[in-house]
Design a binder for this molecule. Structure first.
Ligand SMILES: Cc1ncc(COP(=O)(O)O)c(C=O)c1O
Length: 390
């Protein structure tokens, strides 16, 4: 090929990234630290401790970073996470998915190993099974009742007769009815700051109301646990609340940016990918990150700005305006201009490294065994392992 027809060379990638296989999950540690500091400062002002939900990070390195280097109180979404974190010295763990009888042996084994595990439930039959299992094993179990504060998912209505019925079914010397927990999942559908503030208050009020009713019925109910990232960051008053659970704040993602909880330049997680080809007549660059790397999560599809499978950045993390991962096959992604965006597709020679910001950090991170954790620009990264499975 004559020199004038040579394809343009890929721009030199930062040395720390050029050696990595792609796709790779990148974690921008300084951004993550700023996200953690923001959440901590907010909750300190409101006078309530954080019990981070580690289902997002599933990583000891990240969880310790949230707690200033030590294993602190955490929330988990699987008993596998509980076991993995317990083995690393975490002793105060809330398993925040409704317990079922089949999982009680695993929970009891963790309690026997000295883990301060708390379980949640919202069903009278499950309550009876928990009492039976705890008494048979001669083990004390700590239980929170799950409260439905917004019609989003599971839980008991704070004013329901069933709340007291379930708590009463737990009366046993082997059970501590320790309180209530709720999660305002409807906060993800809020579209204004005012709506987020109102949702945070709705979450708080429901949990506090339920706890007061339990106390009036003679249950200890000292714990009042609330939280989602949007409500944690928009709550103006957390009177009566004893802890806040938030998870995705640690990385943030495009869904959170779409709700207005963060900016896209605060997203700490991205997928490093390589341009592997083009369909120039269609305005496409093809990359080696498809849904196997980004996940199938299209959480922004229901938001005012649809970010397709992710926002495209250069290898240094600078956003390339109007470029999206417009569609995804298993291992191929298609980079194209956002619908209606003016101007031509930029030159992205084969071999160019790009970063894709994900819709849903928890789902994208779950595609990988670990993070390539990046420090200051130019610094070589470190490998931080993640847990997987159930
Ligand atoms: C029970 C529970 N608590 C807390 C959270 C944390 O929410 P976020 O990731 O918005 O911080 C979740 C998230 O799904 C959850 O299910």
């Amino acid at each position: 090929m004559p020199p004038t027809e040579m394809p343009p060379a890929a721009p030199a990638a930062p040395a720390a990234l050029a050696a990595l296989p792609t796709p790779t999950l990148l974690l921008d540690v300084p951004r993550m630290d700023r996200n953690i500091a923001r959440m901590r400062a907010r909750l300190e002002r409101l006078g309530v401790p954080l019990r981070p939900h580690v289902k997002t990070c599933k990583s000891d390195r990240v969880a310790r970073r949230i707690h200033g280097g030590v294993p602190g109180p955490i929330t988990v979404s699987t008993l596998r996470e509980a076991s993995e974190f317990a083995a690393l010295g975490y002793t105060d763990i809330l398993y925040a998915v409704g317990i079922v009888p089949a999982k009680l042996p695993q929970a009891i084994a963790l309690r026997r190993a000295g883990v301060g595990l708390a379980l949640i439930l919202d069903d009278v039959e499950v309550a009876r099974a928990v009492v039976q299992a705890a008494e048979a094993a001669d083990v004390t179990l700590r239980v929170l009742l799950e409260i439905d504060c917004d019609g989003h998912r599971s839980g008991l209505a704070p004013d329901s007769a069933a709340l007291i019925e379930v708590a009463d079914a737990l009366r046993s010397p082997r059970i501590l009815v320790d309180g209530v927990m709720t999660h305002a999942g409807e906060s993800y559908s809020c579209r204004s700051d005012a709506a987020l503030r109102a949702m945070a208050e709705q979450e708080r009020a429901a949990a506090v109301r339920a706890a007061l009713r339990l106390r009036a019925a003679g249950h200890p109910a000292g714990t009042v646990s609330v939280g989602s990232t949007p409500t944690a960051l928009f709550a103006e008053d957390l009177s009566g609340v004893t802890e806040v659970r938030a998870g995705v704040f640690v990385f943030f993602d495009l869904v959170m940016a779409g709700i207005g909880v963060c900016r896209t330049d605060e997203l700490a997680l991205s997928v490093l990918t390589t341009v592997i080809g083009h369909q120039r007549d269609k305005g496409w660059a093809i990359v080696d990150a498809g849904w196997m790397a980004l996940s199938r999560d299209r959480g922004t599809a229901s938001q005012p700005v649809d970010q397709a499978y992710g926002l495209v950045c250069d290898a240094d993390g600078r956003e390339l305006p109007e470029l999206l991962l417009s569609s995804a096959n298993q291992e191929h992604g298609i980079v194209a201009r956002r619908d209606g965006a003016p101007g031509p597709m930029p030159e992205l020679p084969v071999g160019t490294l790009l970063r894709i910001l994900p819709n849903h950090a928890c789902a994208t991170a779950a595609q990988f065994d670990g993070y390539h954790a990046l420090g200051a620009p130019g610094e070589a990264g470190e490998w931080w392992a993640r847990f997987r499975g159930w």
